[in-house]
Design a protein around this ligand. Structure first.
Ligand code: BES
Ligand code: ZN
Length: 457
C-alpha cells in the first residue's frame, strides 16, 4: 500500500496538470453545438485510461458515447467493483459571471476553477489516479475494477440505462463506487446513503398567433405570460407545501431516528445564508433546512421565459410563455406518477383563451440504502484515514439517475463518496474543485479497494 500512497504524493503536480487538460474540453451534453466536443472528450478519456494501463473502449450510443475501462485481466476470481462517473458537464452560462473562463481551468486558493471541475471530472479523475498508482507501482489490486464514465448524466442518462441492460453480464459487480456528491466540509468527509429523484417537465402556454401591440390589442386577449404566472403561483402555498393534489400521498415519513441524525450534522443558519447570498431562508414548514433540501420533495421553476428580454422596452402581448419545472422526489414517489399529477393540475388551472402544451422531460427515481453494512463500514474507515477526520453519513438532495438502475439491473448498491464542498458552485458560475479534496480523494480511493475487497469476500 505504501508505494501506492507514495506514488500519489510524488505525482500530485502532474495529476493537476492532467485534470486541467481534461477540464479544457467543453463537454456540455445539453447543447447540440457541443456534440463534437462531447465526442472528443470521450476519446480523451479512452486515451487517458489506456495510458494509465486500463483496457478502455468507447461505446457509441443514440446520443453521447459511453466509456468503459477495466483493470487488466488476471486469472482467479476476485470481487468486482464498478466506478461510475460522468464526463459531461452543465452548460456554463451565464458566461459574464465567471471570474475566469469556464473552459480555461485556473488555479486559485488551492482549487481549480472550471465547469465540470467538481461535477464530475475532478471527482472520478481522483479514482483514475488511484488505479494508475496501483498499476504503475506494480501493486496488486485485490479486486477487478470497471470504470463506467458516461456523457449524459446531466441530461438524464438515457443511453446508459439501455447500455446497462445490454452489458449486464460484463457489468455485474459487488458494489458501485460513485464520487459525484458532496461533503459538508474538509473536516467532514461523507458517505451519502440517499439521493432525491427528479421529474422534469416543460410547459408552454400559447396565446395569439404572434406577439401583438399591447396598446392596440392589450386588454382584450389573455396574456400568456400572465396566465402562466398565475398558474405557477398557485403551485406552492404560503407554508412551502406543493399544492398539487396527491403530491405527498406516497412520501415516506422521516423516522425520529433519522431526524435526530440530521441534527448532528454541522449546520449554521448564518453561514448557510451567507453561502447562498440570501437574507432569509424559505422552506416547507415543520422541517429543518437540512431536511428540506435533502429529504423532502420540492417543485422548482428552473427557467421562465416569455416576451421581450432585450434592451429597453417593447410594448407587446407575447404570443407564448414557457416554464421549465423539475420536482425533486423522495421515497416512495415515482417520477411518472408525479408528472401525471402535475399535468392534471396544470390542465385544471389553465384559463380559457390560451392553449397548454406539456412536454415531459427526464426522470430519476429516489435512492435510499442502509448505511450500516460491511461495505459502508469499510468506506467510513477509509474516509477517516484519508481525510483525518470522523466521517458523517447523510442524505443529499441532488440526483444521479443511473444509481437506482444499478440496483435494478445489476442488483448492486452504490457507495456514494462525494468530494464536493458546499461552496464548489456545482451548476453555477465559478465552479471549482478543491485540490485537497482531489488528493485526499485519490488516497481514499487507493485505500478503498483493499478494504472493500475484504468486506465483500
Ligand atoms: N453531481 C450531481 C448530483 C449531486 C450533486 C448529488 C450534489 C448530490 C449532491 C449530478 O451531476 C447532477 O447534477 N445530477 C442532475 C441529474 C438530473 C439532470 C437528472 C441533478 O441532480 O440535477
Ligand atoms: Zn451535475
Amino acid at each position: 500500500m505504501q508505494p501506492v500512497l507514495d506514488y500519489l504524493q510524488t505525482h500530485r503536480g502532474r495529476f493537476v496538470d492532467e485534470l486541467c487538460e481534461y477540464l479544457r474540453l467543453p463537454s456540455v451534453s445539453a447543447q447540440s453545438k457541443h456534440a463534437k466536443d462531447v465526442r472528443a472528450t470521450a476519446d480523451w478519456v479512452v486515451n487517458h485510461c489506456r495510458a494509465i494501463g486500463l483496457k478502455a473502449k468507447k461505446h457509441a450510443t443514440d446520443f453521447h458515447p459511453i466509456v468503459t475501462a477495466t483493470t487488466p485481466k488476471r486469472p482467479g476470481r476476485r470481487p468486482h467493483f464498478l466506478v461510475y462517473g460522468h464526463y459531461d458537464v452543465q452548460p456554463p452560462e451565464p458566461l459574464h459571471e465567471w471570474n475566469s473562463p469556464p473552459f480555461e481551468p485556473t488555479i486559485r486558493n488551492g482549487a481549480v476553477y472550471a465547469r465540470g471541475a467538481t461535477d464530475n471530472k475532478g471527482q472520478h479523475f481522483a479514482h483514475l489516479k488511484a488505479v494508475e498508482a496501483f498499476l504503475k507501482t506494480g501493486t496488486e489490486l485485490p479486486c477487478d475494477l470497471t470504470f463506467v464514465i458516461e456523457g449524459e448524466e446531466e441530461v438524464g442518462s438515457e443511453s446508459l440505462m439501455k447500455f446497462l441492460r445490454q452489458k449486464k453480464r460484463e457489468l455485474e459487480c459487488d458494489t458501485v463506487v460513485v464520487s459525484d456528491t458532496g461533503m459538508p466540509s474538509k473536516k467532514h468527509p461523507a458517505l451519502t446513503y440517499a439521493l432525491r429523484g427528479v421529474a422534469a417537465m416543460e410547459v408552454t402556454v400559447r396565446g395569439p398567433k404572434a406577439d401583438l401591440h399591447s396598446g392596440i390589442y392589450g386588454g382584450s386577449v389573455q396574456n400568456p405570460a400572465m396566465a402562466l404566472s398565475q398558474m405557477l403561483a398557485t403551485l406552492r402555498d404560503k407554508k412551502g407545501r406543493i399544492a398539487v393534489p396527491g403530491f405527498y400521498d406516497k412520501v415516506q415519513k422521516l423516522s425520529a431516528h433519522e431526524r435526530k441524525q440530521f441534527k448532528r450534522l454541522p449546520y449554521s443558519e448564518t453561514a448557510y445564508k451567507k453561502l447562498l447570498g440570501v437574507n432569509g431562508l424559505f422552506g416547507e414548514a415543520g422541517f429543518t433546512a437540512i431536511e428540506q433540501r435533502s429529504a423532502r420533495p420540492t417543485l422548482e421553476i428552473n427557467g421562465l421565459t416569455s416576451g421581450y428580454q432585450g434592451e429597453g422596452s417593447k410594448t407587446i402581448v407575447p404570443a407564448w410563455a414557457r416554464v421549465k419545472i423539475t420536482c425533486r422526489i423522495v421515497p416512495n414517489q415515482q417520477p411518472g406518477e408525479i408528472l401525471l399529477l402535475l399535468k392534471k393540475q396544470l390542465k385544471k388551472l389553465c384559463p380559457p383563451g390560451v392553449r397548454l402544451e406539456i412536454e415531459e422531460g427526464h426522470g430519476a427515481e429516489p435512492y435510499l440504502v442502509s448505511p450500516t453494512g460491511p461495505q459502508a463500514r469499510a468506506a467510513l474507515g477509509v474516509l477517516r484515514e484519508a481525510f483525518g477526520h470522523e466521517p458523517v453519513i447523510l442524505r443529499e438532495g441532488g440526483s444521479i439517475p443511473i444509481i437506482t438502475e444499478f440496483k435494478k439491473v445489476l442488483g448492486a448498491d452504490s457507495l456514494l463518496l462525494g468530494l464536493a464542498l458546499p461552496d464548489d458552485n456545482l451548476h453555477s458560475p465559478n465552479e471549482k474543485f478543491d485540490l485537497t479534496c482531489f488528493h485526499n480523494g485519490a488516497a481514499m480511493s487507493a485505500r478503498l479497494w483493499p478494504a472493500l475487497a475484504a468486506a465483500s469476500s
